[in-house]
Every structure is written in structure tokens, then in C-alpha cells.
Ligand binder design. Sequence first.
Ligand code: HEM
Length: 156
Amino acid sequence: MVTLTFLAHWLHVAAALVWMGVQVSVALLIFPALATRPGSDARPLLGALAARIPRLMQVSGLLVIILGLVRGTVLGPIRTWSALGSRYALLMGLSLVLMFALIGYGQRTGPTLMAAIWDGEAVRPGAHAAMRRHAVVVLATLALITGCMVAMRFGV
Ligand code: HEM
């Protein structure tokens, strides 16, 4: 059981690193870097990324959620109905809600944000501010989720 818990925990953390790493890279590096290029340079790169990123995010995100649930229930402290009222269960539920909220936010704003960066070849005046706002939402949500993880670990 310890080996299984170790494996599930490790795989959850590994998948979470990939999922979070892509979120951070897109918000802080890829979007801002593309927005320094004229539209005709950036759009093909954007298309190539859009063809690869979703699959990676779906697989890693699904692993994070399933293994997070398994780690907290079958292999963790939430094994009875009464444990659902604990702070641990609350933190798990909160992290799940926050993760789904971030997925929904990314699906809603990602394509519109990209479409709003260029006006033909030129970068629109408000594009950088919009990308900063997007990065703040992504980073703040990730900070809250990782805060939930640390709180669960330390029994806060
Ligand atoms: C961006 C999303 C997530 C990230 C980056 C993340 C990251 C982590 C990390 C790094 C740990 C290891 C903590 C440690 O050992 O000190 C962890 C543990 C854990 N995570 Fe997540 N996680 C995420 C989402 C979720 C979700 C959605 C759930 C619930 C469905 C979840 C449930 C858990 C549980 C139960 C643990 C074990 C806590 C313990 O008792 O030590 N995680 N997570």
C-alpha cells in the first residue's frame, strides 16, 4: 500500500508539474514573446503550438485530477462519509474547483486573447495589458491551488 501511495503521489506531482509548467510558460513566456513579433511571424508558431499543447494539457490535467482524488480518498484520509466534513476534504474540494475554474478560464480567454493581440501585422496597443491580466489570473489561481496542497500536507 505504501508503494502504491508513493507511486500515486509521485505521478500526481509529476503530472501537476507538467500541467502547471505549461500554464506558467504560456502566460509568462510564450504569449509575451509572440506578441513582440508581427502577426505574419507569430501566427504560424501559434498554430503549431495550438496543435500540440491541448493534448499534453488534457493528459496531464486528467492524471492530476484522478490521482489527486485517489491520493486523498482510497490512499488517503477521506475514506468515510464523515471525513467529507474535514478541513482536508474542504481543501481537496477547493483545489478541484479552482483547477476546473482555471481550465474553463483558459478555454474561454485563450483564443480571444490571441485573436486580440494583432491588428493585421501590428500588435494592438492594449495587447500587453491584456496578457498581464491573464498572467495574474493564472498565477494567482495556481498559487491558491498549491497553497491547498501544502495546507493538506501540513494538516493546516
Ligand atoms: C494545479 C494543480 C495541482 C498541483 C500543482 C498539485 C500539486 C501537488 C503537490 C506538489 C503535492 C505534494 C505535496 C507534498 O507532498 O508536500 C500534492 C499533493 C496532493 N494533491 Fe495535488 N496538485 C494539484 C491539484 C490537485 C487536485 C485537483 C486534487 C484533488 C482532486 C489534489 C489532491 C492532492 C492530494 C490529496 C495530495 C496529498 C496531500 C497530502 O496528504 O500530503 N491535487 N499536489
